[in-house]
Design a protein around this ligand. Structure first.
Ligand SMILES: [Fe+2]
Ligand SMILES: [Fe+2]
Length: 482
């Protein structure tokens, strides 16, 4: 049978333990094995026995065991599973396959025996392309006489409730305070490292935790701040932007707090090596020549060295050094530094490389001297640079940022100019916006409009607009309470 999903917001908050992790890992390995061998094969039998044991234990206790995928995250018995890097890779392979099958999850009843589970796994692993549909699979299960397996359809995303004006304004104020604190922490740490002093990282650690709390509650308030581009020293704001994006990805990936803290820390200091380069080069207003590039390409190694030398050693510092070293290497190894032995980069480096490029291109302040609108950058990244980045992470990033990232100024078909406030995940082309002006210039009163609502159907997004063109001061809008 098939039913509609499945995971409520409340349930999402429950975290899985080692039992659930072991069960889902055993399930993934069994699925993978089933793609290559039949059910009598000894390797498959070993994997199947492992899964069945874990299943039995859980089913005896709970009566039914479910594995669901929602938003790229995996839930066992409605508890969010937090994976390590290897686990994440396995999970994403399965979630991609299931997505193509239209399956959002599966529940196994207590009554099932291992033979029936083996049949199901083989059915899913070997299903023909033409039958890739969860209703068809459910039908096949009936034909095979297997009862006790429930397939869930893909999740129908329910529209996110909009925050009340009061709550939104509170969250925006808090986001601003944290954002600017992060910028000043990066500035302090980089200044101390520039003088070759040992750096105290307690402030950095605290600010990363504040960012995590904020993102867990409302990511758009921080994301809108990343679109402020006119900072004098862009490196500090850039590092903060990269940290906000990376943590947003980490939260979506279901990372636990310790890993989020490591990731945020690595993001904040990924470009620390730049303080060892001449200031004129970093601030150079013209395009880089060959010599400038040769200089610039030293910053990953300088960064790793600076982190190991000046930042007190602990586990997130070691990872940060690796990320600083790897963040320009690229998935296809076309970046720098050139490696003699090619090995895959760290999972954190993959996340940071991706969001770093997005911020660099949209800001026009790092390496590139001209800013590219975010929609164009995302298109470039999706279609021209997709071999440079991890495809799964890239897809996830687009779903976070949307076509029109929070903070972007757009022109509506009603001739209004509006700032994007929040994405509607179910329709990235119809975000929540705030009208701030028209072609004649800025308005004094702003109006928040959800473009998803039918009453706003006549407001179509025409294109992204450069705020300077109509005298719109995007920075003061983003920093205001209106
Ligand atoms: Fe960099
Ligand atoms: Fe960077």
């Amino acid at each position: 049978m098939t039913t509609k999903p499945m995971v409520s917001e409340k349930e999402r908050l429950e975290l899985a333990g080692p039992e659930e992790l072991a069960l889902v890992n055993a399930f993934f390995v069994m699925l993978k094995t089933a793609q290559y061998v039949d059910s009598n094969n000894a390797t498959f039998q070993t994997q199947s026995a492992k899964f069945y044991l874990a299943f039995r234990r859980m089913a005896d206790e709970r009566g039914r065991v479910s594995i669901k995928i929602s938003d790229g995250r995996i839930f066992v018995c409605d508890r969010l599973v937090r994976f390590d890097s290897d686990g994440l890779v396995r999970a994403r392979i399965v979630s991609d396959v299931w997505q193509s099958l239209g399956i959002g999850g599966v529940a196994f009843d207590d009554s099932l025996d291992n033979r029936q589970i083996d049949k199901f796994v083989h059915l899913v692993a070997t299903i023909k392309l033409t039958e890739r549909d969860h209703n068809r699979i459910a039908e096949r299960l009936r034909e095979l006489g297997i009862e006790g397996i429930t397939l869930f359809g893909m999740e129908q995303k329910t529209p996110q409730p909009l925050l009340t004006a009061e709550k939104r304004s509170f969250l925006r104020r808090a986001a601003r305070a944290t954002f600017f604190r992060a910028i000043s922490v990066v500035e302090d740490v980089m200044a101390q490292a520039a003088e070759d002093k040992e750096v105290d990282l307690s402030k950095a650690r605290r600010v990363v935790h504040s960012l995590i709390d904020q993102i867990a509650e409302d990511e758009s308030s921080l994301i809108e701040l990343t679109s402020i581009r006119d900072f004098d020293e862009y490196t500090f704001a850039h590092s903060t932007n990269v940290c906000v994006y990376a943590l947003t990805m980490g939260v979506r990936l279901g990372m636990d707090r310790q890993r989020l803290s490591d990731l945020g820390f690595a993001a904040l200091f990924h470009d620390i090596g730049k303080i060892k380069l001449p200031g004129d080069l970093i601030r150079k207003p013209d395009a880089f020549d060959e010599n400038d590039w040769a200089q610039m390409q030293r910053h990953p190694l300088l960064g790793a060295k600076t982190i190991l030398r000046n930042l007190k050693f602990d586990r997130n510092v070691a990872r940060a050094a690796l990320v600083a070293f790897e963040h320009h290497i690229n998935e296809d190894f076309t970046g720098y530094p050139a490696l003699t032995a090619r090995r895959p980069t760290n999972f954190f480096s993959k996340i940071i490389a991706l969001v770093d490029t997005f911020d660099a291109l949209t800001s026009g302040r790092v390496y590139m001297k001209k800013a590219i609108p975010p929609d164009e950058v995302l298109r470039k990244m999706m279609y021209q640079m997709n071999i440079k980045f991890d495809a799964f992470l890239l897809k996830m990033f687009v779903s976070i940022i949307g076509i029109y990232p929070a903070g972007t100024l757009i022109l509506l078909s009603t001739e209004e100019l509006a700032v994007v406030v929040q994405n509607n995940p179910e329709n990235l082309a119809r975000p929540v916006v705030k009208t701030v002006g028209d072609r004649k210039g800025p308005h004094t009163e702003y109006l928040t409009v959800n473009l998803m609502l039918v009453e706003n159907a006549e407001r179509k997004i025409v294109r992204i607009i450069d705020p300077k063109k109509y005298g719109i001061d995007i920075k003061s809008i983003l920093l205001s309470d209106r």
